[in-house]
Design a protein around this ligand. Structure first.
Ligand SMILES: *[C@@H]1O[C@H](CO)[C@@H](O)[C@H](O)[C@H]1NC(C)=O
Length: 398
């Protein structure tokens, strides 16, 4: 039996380094040229925070006060983003599969599907534009739900029958610019609906691009249900998100999520029609803002922005460099950015002028994290999220 295997293998081995060096160089060159040529999905602007994130001291001191609660409807409610309640204490919310729900104590009732009800709803973000994605919702003076669906538009929904009416479509938009990402919503005593379009460029499923790009293509708008008239109150906003009316309706507070800022927009008095910055360079990226029963503002923080031991937070680091942002979004798939997000639950309590009074923390996500809304119902606080598969309820603010 001839056994020439050994010398042949040696021959192959000795040829390998030459071949691979050459091919590695070619591949590298191809990758570099390829990366240079493929367009970036985003068109970023430089953004520099006013300073490093604030220190975790005073009212921001780390605690575990946000862990005292329980999770409801695990596996049934996915991403309850925002809440409202009727006079009988029923709670309403919308989920990532495009569905609207009523919660009565421990029972869950399906109200309607905002878009098409297909089996794929909730399985992937790609289906959101078809299935719909309800965000801000409130009851109007007739007990009808007014809902901002991120993709589809403003709707009126009968909470008992599920019958829905489109009031204003995203396609139609305002002032000739379609809506890309409807988000926060409030209704004033005279029935005016205030709402935000977070971006005319990126929809909800591309929110990471929206934040990395740090554009200012968002708007604050109002809708008059009587005349159907839409008005742009503010434009050029940085991902405007949650809004809340002050108790006297003399101003609106609004978060600009992508730059960690909270604004006040005056509705009445000598400063009516103007805006001012209440909170800047925040400890995290703010989402919805709600009024508590004790007259303070509660802010859900979607992602924290804590000082690292060695490095500043990722978005602080890349913020000033559009070329880096362009490059990173070329090579990193959207879903991978989730890896960078720590499971840290944080809510802030603010005074009338945006001063930080208190903060509740869940440092390891025992109860929840990535909080989109903090809605008080008596002693309890319902905590929203954009995609967690449960409804966390904080038993008391203590
Ligand atoms: C309705 O109320 C809001 C908030 O108080 C106010 O800004 C708006 O001007 C009012 N609209 C009308 C038509 O009175």
């Amino acid at each position: 039996m001839k056994t020439p295997e050994v010398p042949e293998m040696f021959a192959v081995h000795s040829a390998l380094p030459r071949i691979s060096k050459w091919s590695v160089n070619v591949v590298l060159l191809a990758v570099v040229v390829g990366l240079y040529l493929i367009p970036s999905p985003i068109d970023p602007e430089p953004f520099v925070f006013e300073g490093p994130p604030p220190a975790l001291e005073g009212p921001l001191t780390v605690n575990t006060r946000l862990q005292r609660g329980r999770r409801l409807f695990t596996g049934q409610l996915k991403g309850p983003e925002s809440f409202t309640a009727d006079q009988d204490g029923n709670i309403y919310t919308g989920t990532v599969d495009g569905k609207l729900w009523r919660i009565t104590k421990d029972t869950l009732t399906f109200i309607t599907q905002m878009g098409q009800n297909i089996p794929e709803c909730g399985t992937s973000m790609d289906y959101e534009p078809i299935c719909g994605r309800p965000h801000g919702l409130r009851l109007d003076q007739d007990g009808q739900l007014i809902v901002a669906d991120s993709y589809l538009g403003l709707f009126k929904v009968n909470p008992l029958t599920g019958e829905k009416t489109l009031l204003l479509s995203n396609k139609e938009g305002a002032n000739g610019i379609p809506f890309g990402f409807l988000n926060g919503l409030e209704i004033s005593k005279n029935r005016t609906v205030f709402f935000t379009d977070s971006s005319s460029r990126w929809g909800r499923r591309h929110v990471r691009y929206e934040v990395i790009e740090t554009n200012h293509l968002g708007r604050l708008l109002s809708y008059d249900p009587e005349s159907g008239r839409v008005q742009t109150l503010l434009d050029s906003l940085y991902m405007p998100n949650g809004i809340v009316l002050s108790p006297d309706e003399d101003f609106l507070m609004m978060s600009e999520t992508s730059i960690g800022r909270i604004l006040r927009f005056w509705l009445k008095g000598p400063k009516a029609g103007t805006k001012e910055v209440l909170l800047n360079n925040m400890i995290g990226y703010p989402d919805n803002i709600r009024l508590s029963e004790r007259g303070t503002f509660l802010v859900g923080i979607t992602t924290i922005r804590f000082r690292g031991r060695l490095l500043p937070p990722f978005l602080d680091l890349i913020g000033p460099y559009p070329a880096v942002k362009r490059f990173l979004t070329k090579i990193i798939p959207l879903s991978w950015y989730n890896v960078l997000l720590p499971k840290y639950g944080l809510v802030l309590e603010l005074g009338m002028d945006g001063e930080i009074l208190d903060s509740l923390h869940d440092p390891d996500g025992t109860l929840t994290w990535a909080i989109s809304d903090v809605f008080q119902q008596g002693e309890q606080y319902y905590l929203g999220s954009t995609d967690l598969p449960f409804l966390p309820v904080l038993e008391q603010w203590s």
